[in-house]
Design a protein around this ligand. Structure first.
Ligand code: MLT
Length: 410
């Protein structure tokens, strides 16, 4: 019999979002007439912007013509997209990231898990808590942790709590760590990191020879001009950070799939014998071996996000979701609920009313109000007593959801 990867057995039975979907489906089957509104998973609801759709159609037409048909593209992505990313997302914000430091992919979830392939299993890993569960689960799968304790925390990981007690700013680890996951604007808390906070992390990484995995999938939702959109806006970050970005949430690509990862050429790690090696070459090697590139029509449509029409249409889309976030925030506050996030991020992070546990509140909301959110404890032990609502939905559903919460807790 073939030997399995036993590390998978250390994981909780189901990944958070499929587990929520399972519970919701069971509820819907038992209550077929219930009008359930889902503000759980952060999945976009509005159609792709017209400029993007137009570019996708044109690219499909090119693929239908012998003269313009394309087979395999460059694994790292077409130059037209990488150049647009380098110019618009980085150079225009004063961050010197070159096109050949950008690797186009089919998702930040995949990349933030796959990146572990190129790092040794004996690295000490720090994560904030609560956190996007992919960071934890992929470390468990690859054997970088021990077993989970009663509170769900895995032996071997360094957890950095982010709660209202520390204003959702993680303290630096009290021991040396090799790899640090940071996500800003933050999923799930919807909070952001100031320039000073990010500088503190970059300085820590420099001093300790650590590498930061910076997930900036929600940067487009930043409304406060003083907040950096990229870690590379911070002095010295090129030497200590990898950044993950996505078209999922800003341009509506959750079903279309396009993202990218930035690995600066100046970033180094060390071999078992202490020799310094560039990380870029390793990621390039991994990417070329295990990935054949994102399809041409999708890359063309992603590039259209940077056209003048694309930029304007995306700005409208973001404004739409952020108005939803504002309605959620204000409506919950009126109901006496303490709310965080939702100002520079499409997630609202609330304290569960009357001290209910996160899953108790999930059940109450589902059974009494026919609303779905995400229990904070699903993101980590420090998320217990909190709950996440996503602003990704229609206006009518968000307004209805607010009324239902007010009715439940008001
Ligand atoms: C979330 O709800 O946290 C996100 O949709 C998850 C993801 O982007 O994979």
């Amino acid at each position: 019999m073939a030997r399995i990867n036993d590390n998978f057995l250390k994981l909780k039975a189901g990944y958070l979002f499929p587990e929520i979907a399972r519970r919701v489906n069971a509820f819907c089957e038992a209550n077929p007439s219930a009008n359930v509104i889902k503000l759980g998973i952060g999945d976009v609801t509005e159609p792709l912007p017209p400029a993007i759709v137009h570019a996708m159609h044109s690219a499909v037409d090119e693929m239908a013509n012998r003269d313009t048909f394309r087979g395999y593209g460059p694994e790292q992505g077409y130059a037209f997209l990488r150049d647009a990313i380098s110019e618009n997302d980085y150079k225009s914000r004063g961050a010197e990231i070159e096109s050949d430091e950008i690797f186009v992919s089919d998702g930040s979830k995949c990349d933030s898990g796959n990146i572990l392939d190129i790092f040794g299993t004996d690295n000490k890993v720090a994560i904030t808590d609560p956190v996007y569960p992919v960071y934890v689960d992929t470390n468990v799968m690859s054997g970088r942790t021990g077993k989970a304790g009663d509170n769900g925390r895995f032996e071997g990981l360094v957890y950095l709590p982010v709660t209202e007690e520390n204003n959702f700013v993680a303290a630096l680890p009290d021991q040396r760590v090799d790899l640090i996951y940071l996500c800003y604007p933050n999923n799930p808390t919807g909070t952001v990191a100031s320039r000073e906070t990010l500088q503190m992390w970059v300085d820590y990484a420099k001093t300790n020879d650590s590498i930061i995995f910076f997930d900036a999938a929600y940067e487009a939702f930043i409304t406060d001009d003083s907040i950096p959109h990229s870690i590379y806006e911070i002095e010295g970050a090129r030497d200590v950070a990898i950044e993950f970005r996505s078209f999922s949430k800003n341009a509506g690509f959750t079903g279309t799939r396009c993202a990218f990862t930035v690995v600066p050429k100046s970033l180094h790690g060390k071999t078992a014998t202490g020799e310094s090696k560039p990380i870029h070459a390793l990621w390039n090697r991994r990417h070329c071996t295990k990935f054949n590139g994102v399809s041409y029509p999708i890359q063309r449509s992603a590039a259209a996000a940077y056209s003048p029409e694309g930029k304007q249409q995306i700005a409208e889309l973001i404004k739409f979701y952020m108005t939803n976030a504002q309605l959620l925030r204000e409506g919950l506050e009126q109901a006496g609920i303490t709310v965080y996030g939702g100002v520079n991020a499409p997630y609202v992070w609330l304290k569960t009313p009357q001290g209910a546990s996160s899953w108790e509140f999930f059940d109450q909301l589902l059974e009494k109000s026919h609303l779905v959110g995400t229990p904070g404890s699903g993101f980590g032990a420090s998320g217990e007593g909190y709950f996440r609502l996503s602003a990704f939905n229609s206006r009518a559903n968000v307004e209805e959801a607010v009324k239902r919460v007010q009715l439940l807790v008001g």
